[in-house]
Ligand binder design. Structure first.
Ligand SMILES: Cc1ncc(COP(=O)(O)O)c(C=O)c1O
Length: 405
């Protein structure tokens, strides 16, 4: 089972003939998304939220309709809880600067897992450095799994923030965020969930999940680059100061007085990325049309195909879980004696695009005892032929590098 039937939705596959297996870095964009963003600039380009003339009103409506689409996508209670940002990184920095710096002090604790992408780690280190709070790391086992008891122990009365990604961008593991959220709420802290790798693959319901903040990027879920989302609980966002100051986030400015706009605009300083928001809205329509069930069925089948073949390649070591089900479309690996950059260069020569390096997860790689790794990451539009070409190429690498065992 594979995604052949959907390839025609993605114009890039007509032009670019290499096999794209780096989907965790960014997804490809369906035609409907490209057309939606183009259509915004073609038919309704004016600065939204500023003009009273019809074109600007239309641009504003398109932008705010996109916000409503995102609200529905994650089942938030109100559009006031949906802040448009550039990406996951900016969303988490917004929380760190606006909430973290203003609510933490010396000896408070921030609990963060070592499997995090740097975007959900460095902002917390910055908050700790500036406030005197302490970072407390959560360690998984070698398979990338967290023990709920260790979460209970790490989160104490001093914990003000607990941050965790829903799916690891290196291991593909699904983390116990429900447990983390419940526990941090017991001690009166807030939970920050990085959904960058989960939003493209699974339904998120913030009413059920109950995070205080949740972040994701449009470009990883078939939308354009440059548009991201921060969900935040209304009471928290209302009490937080703006992250950036300037136009569009303010209602009244006098020499000695400023009245900030209501949510969500208080957090959206400057001209917004309305074209990106419209593109993201089209991406959500596309996801709803294909359906996560169909996407997951294909992705699970492709992951299994890749995992089973990789398991049998001599000298290949898969990072993380010992079964395909634990990988959610992401399989990082090392190959004895061959640097991951050489692995990816040889794959590239065979027309296969994958990522090699530290995957912006330095502490996790350090914990696993590797400097870098090669990562295969799948999307529902990938095919069995691509998986087979990938595993065949990987299986030949050591021999091509001159090793004969
Ligand atoms: C888990 C995770 N968090 C955060 C990010 C950062 O996303 P962005 O670069 O879109 O801000 C990524 C990107 O790869 C990621 O995989």
């Amino acid at each position: 089972m594979d995604g052949k039937a959907f390839r025609a939705d993605f114009p890039i596959f007509e032009i670019e003939k290499s096999m794209y297996l780096d989907n965790a870095a960014t997804s490809q964009k369906p035609k409907c998304v490209l057309e939606a963003e183009y259509g915004f600039y073609e038919k309704m380009n004016a600065n939204p939220l500023r003009g009273f003339y019809p074109l600007s009103v239309e641009a504003t409506k398109a932008y705010e309709d996109a916000r409503e689409k995102v609200r529905g996508f994650i089942n938030a209670a109100s559009v006031k809880e949906i802040i448009f940002t550039r990406n996951t990184t900016e969303s988490i920095n917004l929380i760190a600067y606006s909430y973290g710096l203003n609510n933490l002090c010396r000896n408070d604790e921030i609990v963060v897992s070592i499997t995090e992408h740097h975007s959900n780690l460095l902002p917390w280190r910055m908050v700790a450095d500036r406030t005197g709070a302490k970072i407390k790391y959560l360690y998984p086992n070698k398979e990338g799994e967290f023990d709920p008891a260790a979460i209970d122990e790490a989160i104490t009365e001093r914990t003000k923030i607990a941050a965790m990604g829903q799916v690891s961008n290196v291991l593909g593991s699904l983390n116990p965020i429900d447990h983390l959220i419940k526990r941090v709420h017991e001690v009166g802290g807030v939970a920050v969930i990085d959904a960058a790798q989960s939003a493209p693959h699974m339904a998120i319901d913030v009413k059920k999940m109950n995070p205080d903040f949740l972040a994701f990027s449009g470009h990883k879920m078939f939308g354009p680059m440059g548009i991201g989302v921060l969900y935040g609980r209304k009471e928290l966002l209302e009490a937080m100061p703006p992250f950036m100051e300037g136009g569009e986030m303010v209602d009244i400015v006098r020499f000695d007085y400023t009245k900030y706009s209501e949510l969500p605009h208080k957090f959206e300083a400057g001209t917004v990325n309305a074209g990106g928001a419209v593109g993201l809205s089209a991406a959500i329509d596309y996801i709803n049309k294909v359906g996560f069930d169909t996407m997951n069925e294909i992705e699970e089948s492709l992951t299994k195909r890749a995992f089973e073949a990789m398991k049998n390649i001599p000298h290949l070591h898969i990072l993380g879980g010992d079964s395909a089900e634990k990988h959610h479309g992401i399989i990082s690996f090392t190959l004895d004696d061959v640097h991951p950059h050489d692995v990816s260069a040889i794959l590239e020569a065979d027309g296969i695009d994958v990522r090699a390096g530290h995957h912006c997860a330095g502490p996790l790689l350090e914990f696993l005892g590797v400097n870098s790794a090669t990562r295969l990451s799948l999307m529902f539009y990938n095919t069995e032929e691509e998986i087979d070409a990938f595993t065949k190429s990987v299986a030949s690498i050591r021999e091509r590098m001159g090793f004969n065992d």
